[in-house]
Structure formats: structure tokens, C-alpha cells
Ligand binder design. Structure first.
Ligand code: SAM
Ligand code: SF4
Length: 343
């Protein structure tokens, strides 16, 4: 890993030396999926029966780190590790250590369902991980099983407590809200997070899972806010409120905590999108909903070709579309479901 390939202004491939698209959006945020496997089957994310990738198809930690180095040379400074369930990937702290060793990466985080967190949290922290997002859609064991198709709520809660004790810089909870399924969980989850000083982020349900998506099942941001304001406490835009950020941040008026809402459907943030993605088997995607992707694997194996990877990333981002168009008749659901892309 000895090639910080930094492109410079005037570079014929990238005028700015950054991953900039034709709409002027600069991309500094890379989401890396480390596996397509999962120990849950959340119904909004993946099907019950899946053929997983062969282990040999997954990028190795060395390969991921080398690709990350190339991306860093193009201005990436934020990385999120995700999956499938990233904690199923053996020795994940080794990758965390590689990535925290890249000085330009100022923000490394991990999204997990928390099932295996309790036993791994210490090693992750020791490897340098400072920020964690744990997905939790309900505090009710029955609804957990209904949504995730497996048991495991207790393990997730134990994982959260272990992470709190470990003293991470930032712990967030992610909750996907589905009308008629877990709207009744919004208030208990809000109280749970507030009592632990954890930021809770609600995510509008997106058409990226295995099941047919229904718009009328989306619990919209304004509905979530209304539930919280009438049943928990008044909210106002937080000090860090940034209308261009994916998550709208709100603070409780009583000073006890904050929430975020990722309103991908009712308030798409495509206009300000700064994200690109690398799948577990090495496909580079310029959008969660992209219909096309670039296969970096032939540029990684048998020989690592940093300059070709760099060109592939630049040209993929240059070709990025304006937005996902979920709210139009033009929307086409990608062939991949969320667990094979990385959320
Ligand atoms: N397995 C890990 C987890 O669940 O946190 C990481 C991968 S998961 C794909 C990343 C995030 O995507 C989770 O917070 C999950 O709730 C979210 N997600 C999955 N399918 C979604 C959908 N259809 N709409 C909105 N968010 C979704
Ligand atoms: Fe697995 Fe995460 Fe998808 Fe649930 S949301 S099935 S935990 S990858």
C-alpha cells in the first residue's frame, strides 16, 4: 500500500482531482460492503432464500485497503463498513486497523445489526473504530422476529450496552419505519435512545428490498416527527441542522437528546449526494439505486492496477445520474437487493 495516487488539478481525467460528477457533486464518502451474508432476514432488505457469494469472490482485506487508498487519492475521506452483516466477516478488526492507518480517512464507521457486537466490540475499538451505527427497528421480541425473521433482540440489546460501556465516540441507532408494522415502536425506541444518550435515526422505507415495495407503507418524515412531538417531546432543528445533509437533525426541546431522519423518499438528498459504494465482490457503484456498476475485480486480480482503478472510479462518477427518481414513473428498481449492495 505504497501509492497515495493523488490526482491534481489539471489532471486530464479529473479536472479537480476529486470524484466530481457532471452536476458538480463531489464525492468524499465511500461505503464498503465486506460481505453479502447476513444472520437476519429483514423483510425490507433481503429474501429468505439467497445464494451467497463464494468466499473466494470477496475482496480480501488487503484488496479493500488498496482500493480505499486509490479512492483516498481522489478525495475520499469518509468510509463506512457495511454489508450484509459486516460482523460475520472474520477478523474485521484487521480491516479496521488497515483503514485507520490511512491518515486521510478522517471518519471511519461501521453499520451492524448488533447481533455479534457484544463479543467483538472491544477488538473493534482497539483497532481504532470510533463510530458505530446499530440497526434496531423494535424493542418487542415478537416484532423483531416478524421483521427480521430470526430471534435475537436480546443479543442486539446486549451489543448496544457493550458498545456504550466501551466508550465509543459516537453510537447511533438506525430504525427503518414501516407503516402498520413498527410505527408503534417509534416512541419506545425514542425513549430507549434518549435514556442512553444515543442518537436515533429514522429511515424512510426504500424500494431496495426483496419484497414488492408499497408507497403506502412508508412512514414519512413528517409523520414520524408528529408522533415524536405529540408523544415524546417537542423537537426543533438541531445546532448541526444542515438542510443538505442526508439526515435532518432535530434536538428535543427538553434538552434530552436528538434524532435524525433520513427522508430518502419524501425529501431526497440526491442533489447533495456525496456517496459511492464498493460491493463485497468489488463492484463500484455511483448510487445506491444505480442500474449499472463497474467491476473493479479484473483491475484488482491477478495484478492490482491502481491507475486503471482510478480511471474507472472517475469515469463512473462522471456518468452519475441526477437522482434516484423513486417518486416518478421512471423509477426502476435495481437488480440487487440492499444486502448485496451495502446500506
Ligand atoms: N446488516 C447491517 C445492518 O442491518 O445494520 C448493515 C447492512 S444494512 C443493509 C444497512 C442499513 O440499511 C440498515 O440500517 C438497514 O435498516 C437499512 N436498510 C435495509 N433495507 C432498507 C430499506 N428497504 N429501506 C431503508 N433502509 C433499509
Ligand atoms: Fe441483514 Fe442488515 Fe439487511 Fe437486516 S438490514 S437483512 S441485518 S443486511
Amino acid at each position: 500500500m505504497s501509492f497515495p495516487l493523488v490526482s491534481s488539478p489539471g489532471d486530464p481525467l479529473s479536472k479537480t482531482g476529486l470524484l466530481q460528477d457532471s452536476f458538480g457533486r463531489t464525492h468524499n464518502n465511500l461505503r464498503i460492503s465486506v460481505t453479502d451474508r447476513c444472520n437476519l432476514r429483514c423483510e425490507y432488505c433481503m429474501p429468505e432464500e439467497v445464494e451467497f457469494l463464494d468466499h473466494r469472490e470477496l475482496l480480501t482485506f488487503e484488496e479493500i485497503s488498496e482500493v480505499a487508498q486509490v479512492a483516498v487519492g481522489l478525495g475520499i475521506n469518509k468510509i463506512r463498513l457495511t454489508g450484509g452483516e459486516p460482523l460475520l466477516r472474520r477478523d474485521l478488526p484487521v480491516l479496521v486497523k488497515f483503514l485507520t492507518g490511512i491518515p486521510q480517512i478522517t471518519d471511519l464507521s461501521l453499520t451492524t445489526n448488533g447481533l455479534l457486537l457484544k463479543n467483538q466490540v472491544k477488538k473493534l475499538k482497539e483497532a481504532g473504530l470510533r463510530r458505530l451505527t446499530i440497526s434496531l427497528d423494535t424493542l418487542d421480541p415478537g416484532r423483531f422476529r416478524q421483521l427480521c425473521k430470526r430471534d435475537g433482540l436480546d443479543q442486539v440489546l446486549q451489543g448496544i450496552e457493550a458498545a456504550l460501556q466501551e466508550g465509543f465516540e459516537k453510537i447511533k441507532l438506525n430504525t427503518v419505519c414501516i407503516k402498520g408494522i413498527n410505527d408503534q415502536d417509534i416512541v419506545p425506541l425514542a425513549e430507549y435512545a434518549r435514556s442512553r444518550k444515543i442518537e436515533l435515526r429514522f429511515i424512510e422505507y426504500m424500494p431496495i428490498g426483496a419484497n414488492p415495495w408499497e408507497r403506502n407503507k412508508v412512514l414519512f418524515a413528517h409523520e414520524i416527527l408528529e408522533i415524536l412531538e405529540t408523544q415524546v417531546a417537542k423537537l426543533f432543528p438541531g445546532a448541526a441542522y444542515d438542510p443538505t445533509a442526508p439526515a435532518m437533525e432535530f434536538t428535543y426541546q427538553d434538552g434530552q437528546g436528538s434524532i435524525g431522519i433520513i427522508a430518502s423518499i419524501s425529501r431526497p438528498f440526491c442533489q447533495h449526494c456525496n456517496r459511492v459504494r464498493l460491493t463485497a465482490e468489488g463492484k463500484f457503484r455511483n448510487c445506491l439505486f444505480a442500474l449499472e456498476e463497474v467491476d473493479l475485480k479484473p483491475l484488482i486480480r491477478p495484478d492490482f492496477q491502481p491507475e486503471e482503478i482510478r480511471k474507472a472510479m472517475i469515469s463512473s462518477v462522471e456518468g452519475k445520474w441526477e437522482g434516484h427518481e423513486i417518486n416518478t414513473a421512471r423509477f426502476i428498481k435495481p437488480g440487487r437487493t440492499m444486502h448485496t449492495i451495502g446500506g
